[in-house]
Design a protein around this ligand. Structure first.
Ligand code: SF4
Ligand code: SF4
Length: 58
């Protein structure tokens, strides 16, 4: 699974960043960005945490 974030829809609330236990997501240009994809454990917590559901898994 590769986590993807729709940058156009992300409000930069940082909920997903605070939720991810593996430090995969970071803020970049006021939106959440998948900075360390190799560290993702596919736990799915960020997908459930995003209030706008703009995180998807491919
Ligand atoms: S699926 Fe889990 S490990 Fe991967 S980015 Fe989301 S919260 Fe982090
Ligand atoms: S939780 Fe959703 S809206 Fe908030 S920063 Fe993450 S991707 Fe963006």
């Amino acid at each position: 699974m590769v986590v993807q974030i729709s940058a156009d829809d992300c409000t930069g609330c940082q909920v997903c960043i605070d939720t991810c236990p593996s430090g995969v997501l970071v803020m970049q240009n006021d939106v959440s960005t998948v900075a360390n994809p190799d560290d993702c454990t596919d736990c799915g917590q960020c997908l459930e945490a995003c209030p706008l559901e703009v995180i998807s898994a491919a």
